[in-house]
Structures are given as C-alpha cells and as structure tokens.
Design a protein around this ligand. Structure first.
Ligand code: NDP
Ligand code: 2IT
Length: 451
C-alpha cells in the first residue's frame, strides 16, 4: 500500500470505528473493501469529495424490533428482530434473514454491507440488505418456529414489499421458515406477491433456488481452477457446514468428479475417507432437512467415517476447500493447516468465513482464493431470477435457470479477473470483487445525487 492509500484507509477506519464502536464484524467487512477500493477512490477524487464510501458504510435504514412469542409449554420469550437496509442505489433492498443465537447489530451490518457488493456483482438490479433475529430454531418444535416466524413477520411486513425490500433465507432460515413468513405476510397484507424469495415451487418459488448457492460456488471454483488448467475431476474436497450451502456444494463437487470427505456443524466435523456418494448424500439431506439431526450421526451410520467433536475440518489434507458454514471459521492456524495439507484452491460458500490474517496466509502461499461475495453470489442471483419470474408470472425450467446461473457466475469471475489481475497474471479475487462491486453502486449513487 502506498502512503496516501494507507492514510485514506486508516483515517476512514478511525471514523467508522468511532461511529460504530464494538461492531467488530462490521469493521472487518468494511476494512477489507476500503483497502481494495481506496486506490480507485484516490484516482477519482469526486468519489472522495462526495463521500461515497462513507455513505456506503452508513445503512440507509436500520429497523430493530421486539419479537414476542410463546413456546409449547406456554412460556413467554422475547427475541430481537433486525432489518438493515444498507443500500438501494441499484435496486430494491435484497438479502437474507438469519435466525441464530449469535445474531447482533454488528453481524447484521456486516452481512448487509457485503450483500450490497455481492448483489452488484450479480449484474441484476438488487440493492443490499440483511435481517434476522437472535432466535435459534435448534431444538424448537415446528409449532414454535411457526409462532416465532409469524410474530417476526407481524412487524417486518410494514417495512418490506416486492419493490421495496425482498428478504430470503440464510443460516437457520430455509424452506420451512420462508413458508411460515410468507403465509403471515400474505395474511397481513392481503397480497400474493414475490416479496420473499426461496418460496416453495407450488407458490411462486424458482426451480434451482435451493441448489443455487452451492452449485454457484462450484461453478465459480471451476472458473478459478481453469485459470490453472485444473478441474474438480479426481480432486479431494473438504467442505464445512452441513446446511443448505454445504449440501449443494458437496453435491455439485461430487457430480463434477471430486471426492468430498468432510462435513461439519457447530459441534464438530465428520471425515469420511471414502468420500460421499449418492446414498450418503441422500442420508445427509434427510438427516439435516427432515429429522434436523446432528452431523455426528453420519459417523454412527457409516462407521468408516470418524467424528471429531469440537474441531473444524481444516486439518484434513485436500485439493479444494469450500467453507460453507459461517463467518470467521478459518482462522490463521486453520489457514496454515490448509496450506500444509496441499490445498490449491479455497472458494468461499459462507459469508466472510476467513479472517484477514488467514486470507493473508492463503494468498501468500499462492493458493487460488475467492471471497464469498463473489463465489456465493449464485444464491442471491437466483433469488433475482425468482423475482423476475414472479414479475412476469412465468416459471422457467431448471435448465433455463441453470443456464442463467452458470452465465452469472462466469461473468462474476470475469469481473474479478478484470479488476484483480496483476502484471504477473495472478488474480487477486478480493480486490477484483470489491472494485467491480463498488464501481456500479458508486456510479449509481453519483447519478442519483445526495440522498
Ligand atoms: P444453514 O442454516 O442451512 O446451515 C448452516 C451450517 O453452518 C450448519 O451446518 C450449522 O451448524 C453451521 N454453522 C452455523 N453457525 C455455525 C458456527 N457458529 N460455527 C460452526 N458451524 C456453524 O445455513 P446456510 O447453509 O444457508 O448458510 C451457510 C453460510 O452460507 C452462511 O455464512 C450464509 O450467510 C452463507 N450464504 C447462504 C446463502 C443461502 O442462499 N442460503 C447464500 C449465500 C451465502 P449448526 O446446525 O450446528 O448451527
Ligand atoms: O448471503 C446471501 O447472499 C443470502 N443469504 C441469500 C440472499 C437472497 O436474497 O437470496
């Protein structure tokens, strides 16, 4: 970094931290973007004068609300609901809803901030938002989850709409929760619109939306590998998580000829040296999505696999690592293990799963590395395709949606290469994704005046 760039970054961050004390995930996400775009901003001083970056880091609106609900025993619980409407320069606010006990304002703001750049990269007209609650669906009955969703939507409904803000799923929010949220929205607003995405196929959902994030991760990894003349064929793949993104990233990696040897949850990971196959993958789908079980049960069902309680999978040697669980799940020591294990490519499925120290280790070792805002954008992109289908009241075939998804992932890869390639031909995907995502939103903000 040159001195003027460094000065810009540090003074920007000092202001951000002073205004948003204690929001460490938000600081982390903003710093990564500011470090990438600072040289560009200094090259175009009107962006600095118009305080475009300062405006991007200040949410247009934050809604925080009480979510009261009653459990099956008649006990009253109070959770906190959030919706961070970060940026609407290029389209209606768009982004998922997360239900997890760790949810707080910092996590909501980091996710909404990342979403703004990700949505810009998709090439579709979507602004950035994120929402959620510190409610954990884990261990709750269907009836409890339904009552919670209904209470959450009773407040949220007044802030969203098909042309205003379109939520979707994220950690802890899948097809079941979207169903309950949509039902309550429709009841309160008396309208059947595409205000949520990730809907069921019978009521406005898009084919391939459940698969889209994980499939997109692998399509993006394919593009990255191709820059070095490689593919998934015959590769060993380590996946973290066992939820929506992990399930379909594993599935596509298998279909592309790779051996997927790990899955995880917040309690530990399983290592199956033989790799997943069709039967084992179907078992995981049932275990997680129907019985809502834990990943350790995999090792009970398939004794060749071993369960490692309290550990992450990064010590297992692999060719490709796909972190698909949560933020900051690859720390410096994990990155060292990934490099030592011979891995050549880390493609993020989760949002911000790698700490800045870990990213530095991975990049220094020369591995291919992509940030989630580029490689996991297939999910929200397909949400955008769901919105289009809802607007024109038509339903595309799986082949049509997959063709759009494939094209979008390869366009995002091309944008990362355009802005991230250095003189030696090496692609810095962090820089490329941040600059490409930034330019479109920044130009739209300039065009629209001081709002
Ligand atoms: P799910 O709720 O379906 O699955 C999450 C998985 O990650 C579970 O296996 C969960 O384990 C694990 N996990 C959650 N929190 C932690 C934690 N603190 N430590 C370790 N493991 C954890 O969520 P998704 O698959 O939808 O989301 C996974 C990631 O992908 C998130 O970062 C999300 O933001 C991102 N993402 C999701 C998209 C989507 O379309 N769904 C789109 C783009 C990104 P456990 O059951 O123990 O909690
Ligand atoms: O992080 C993400 O991109 C998502 N959770 C998906 C958002 C969406 O609107 O589909």
């Amino acid at each position: 970094m040159t001195d003027p760039v460094k000065n810009y970054v540090e003074s920007f961050m000092a202001g951000l931290i002073a205004r948003n004390p204690g929001e460490k995930e938000f600081h982390q996400a903003v710093r990564e973007v500011v470090e990438s775009v600072a040289p560009y901003i200094l090259d175009y001083p009107y962006l600095k004068d118009l305080k475009i970056m300062e405006r991007m880091a200040e949410p247009e609106r934050v809604i925080i609300f009480r979510v009261p609900w009653m459990d099956d025993r008649g006990q009253v619980h109070i959770n906190r609901g959030f919706r961070v409407q970060m940026n609407s320069a290029i389209g209606p606010y768009k982004g998922g809803i997360r239900f997890h006990e760790s949810v707080n304002l910092s996590i909501m703001k980091f996710l909404a901030f990342e979403q703004t750049f990700k949505n810009s990269l998709t090439t579709l007209p979507m602004g950035g938002a994120k929402g959620g609650s510190d409610f954990s669906p884990r261990g709750k009955s269907d009836a409890e989850v339904m009552r919670f969703c209904q209470s959450f939507m009773t407040e949220l409904q007044r802030h969203i709409g098909q042309d205003t803000d379109v939520p979707a799923g994220d950690i802890g929010v899948g097809g079941r929760e979207i169903g309950y949220l949509f039902g309550q929205y429709k009841r309160l607003r008396d309208e059947f619109t595409g205000t949520l995405t990730g809907k069921g196929l019978a009521w406005g959902g898009s084919l391939l939306r459940p698969e889209a994030t994980g499939f997109g991760v692998c399509y993006f990894a394919q593009e990255m590998l191709a820059t070095r003349g490689q593919s998934f064929e015959g590769k060993t793949v380590v996946v973290s998580g066992a939820g929506n993104v992990a399930q379909y990233a594993a599935r596509k990696a298998m279909d592309l000829g790779a051996k997927v040897v790990t899955l995880s949850d917040s309690d530990g990971f399983i290592h199956d040296p033989d790799g997943l196959n069709e039967e084992k993958w179907n078992y995981v789908m049932q275990l997680k999505n129907i019985y809502r079980g834990r990943i350790k049960e995999y090792a009970e069902k398939y004794p060749n696999a071993k369960y490692y309680p309290g550990e992450r999978p990064w010590g297992i040697p692999c060719d490709i690592a796909l972190p698909c669980a949560t933020q900051n799940e690859i720390e410096a020591a994990d990155a060292e293990k990934i490099v030592k294990g011979g891995c050549g490519c880390v493609t993020e499925g989760a949002n911000m799963p790698t700490t800045p120290e870990a990213i530095a280790i991975i990049q220094k070792a020369g591995l291919l590395y992509s940030p989630g805002k580029a490689s996991n954008a297939g999910g929200v992109a397909t949400s955008g395709l769901e919105m289009t289908q809802n607007s024109i009241r038509q339903k595309w075939t799986a082949e049509e949606v997959d063709a759009h998804l494939h094209r979008i992932m390869s366009d995002i890869h091309a944008a990362c290469v355009k802005y991230g390639k250095d003189e030696s031909g090496n692609v810095n995907y962090v820089k490329g994704a941040n600059i490409a995502g930034f330019i479109k939103v920044a130009n739209a903000m300039v065009d629209q005046g001081l709002v």
